[in-house]
Design a protein around this ligand. Structure first.
Ligand SMILES: [Zn+2]
Length: 418
């Protein structure tokens, strides 16, 4: 099983938008580019919503059938660990093995020694094709990186072998994620991590490092775009070196987590993947749930009323909702409008505040992030929420598809902007 060169991770919190999401990939196809969908939902999201991984599989299968999609598609057990992987084993064929918590845990000295001995090529000046700067690694750098990452790569091996035992060789896509941590990994560290993953025998097809800059949920990138571009191209060069040198799969590529709505870095990503003829996996989970809300508000009447109610509830439970996402959001409470203010908003005022159009003066990134983490409020409403989602399917679907296609697929994979 091989992951296509270009893939889009999409999240569908309430399992109602798979068709609208797939429609965005169909539009890409009709514009000459294959971008395959990967439906992802983490254990954290399943737990908050009270859903099961099989529901993601069912929604994906039925969307694929309804739209007669002939290319591959995948269901991603997103951010799983040894403790949480079990219920994902049957329905999923893509496993994002999250080992971020093991970064920095001490590795055995004998293992560090063995790693350093095994990899003389990782010392000195490493020339990478396609970039004009060599990576400089001295003996101490190599030891330090091994000490920092070997516990994590070893854990990745354990989880991989558990999935392997259940699914069988070649029947799933392994992704390794290290993004949910506080320090970015450098291109040198990425190379060392890839060597260690190869030593573990993991045929990793996508890897999600933490890039420098902030990747907050559902909002714009915060950081130095030029620096990001330099790192991203060094990462791509490190990957193609690792494929040749360590025998990792040809399909190995970078995965950009919390990748939705990072408009300022999309041109850089596009330029780099073109230059290296590389693939990329863009994970965009939460942006669809916000389009569901936008469509609901746009429908006016009961839909707008419910969207306002969700905001008021989210505001009332702000701390509880934000806690699990503290490291990936930046909300300024002073910028959050009061429920009384929002109660008299028109559909246009609501959608202008929420829709991610940075050039619109009414756009409010604090409100957007609060609603991003506020899906638990809608989950608690149960049928009352879902009935309105179903009643307003057309207007919601239009927003879901356009957001994925125009704002994400077009700039990243096709290289054009709105
Ligand atoms: Zn992630």
């Amino acid at each position: 099983m091989i992951l296509n060169k270009f893939s889009l991770g999409t999240g569908d919190r309430f399992a109602h938008q798979a068709k609208a999401q797939l429609q965005a990939c169909m539009q890409a196809l009709s514009n000459g580019i294959e971008v395959v969908p990967v439906w992802n939902k983490s254990n954290r999201e399943h737990t908050i919503i009270g859903s099961e991984p099989t529901s993601v599989r069912q929604a994906a299968d039925s969307a694929v059938k309804a739209l007669n999609w002939k290319l591959p598609y995948f269901c991603d057990a997103d951010h799983i660990t040894l403790a949480t992987v079990d219920r994902f084993l049957a329905p999923c064929d893509f496993f994002t093995i999250d080992v971020a918590d093991f970064i920095g845990q001490p590795a055995e000295t004998s293992e560090v020694d063995a790693f350093v001995r095994r990899h003389p090529e990782l010392q000195g000046s490493i020339e990478l094709a396609g970039v004009d700067e060599a990576l400089e690694v001295n003996a101490q750098d190599l030891r330090q990186a091994a000490q920092k990452f070997l516990a994590a790569t070893k854990k990745a091996g354990e989880v991989y072998r558990k999935v392997l035992a259940a699914k069988g060789e070649g029947n799933f896509i392994p992704e390794i994620s290290m993004d949910e941590t506080d320090r970015a990994q450098s291109p040198v560290e990425l190379l060392i991590i890839l060597a260690a993953l190869a030593d573990e025998g993991i045929p990793v097809q996508t890897i999600a490092p933490k890039f420098s800059g902030r990747f907050n949920k559902g909002v714009e990138y915060v950081g130095n775009v030029a620096q990001f571009e330099r790192e991203f191209s060094l990462d791509l060069a490190a990957i193609s070196y690792a494929v040749k040198r360590f025998g990792l799969p040809q399909s190995l590529k970078l995965s950009v987590h919390s990748g939705s709505d990072k408009f300022s870095i999309y041109p850089a990503i596009h330029t780099c993947i073109k230059r290296f003829n590389a693939g990329v996996h863009l994970k965009t989970a939460g942006t669809t749930w916000l389009e569901e809300l936008i469509g609901m508000a746009e429908a006016d009447g009961d839909g707008l009323a419910l969207a306002k109610e969700i905001y008021a509830e989210a505001l009332a439970h702000r701390e509880e909702l934000c806690a699990p996402y503290a490291t990936v959001i930046d909300i300024d409470p002073a910028k959050l409008p009061s429920p009384d203010e929002v109660r008299v908003w028109t559909a246009e005022q609501y959608t202008f505040a929420l829709r991610h159009v940075p050039s619109n003066a009414a756009y409010n990134s604090s409100l957007r992030q609060l609603l991003h983490v506020g899906f638990k409020v809608a989950a608690k409403m149960g049928r009352r929420y879902l009935d309105l989602v179903e009643a307003n399917e057309i207007v919601i679907a239009k927003n879901v598809t356009a957001n994925l296609y125009i704002r994400h697929i077009a700039p990243v994979f096709l290289g054009f902007n709105e």
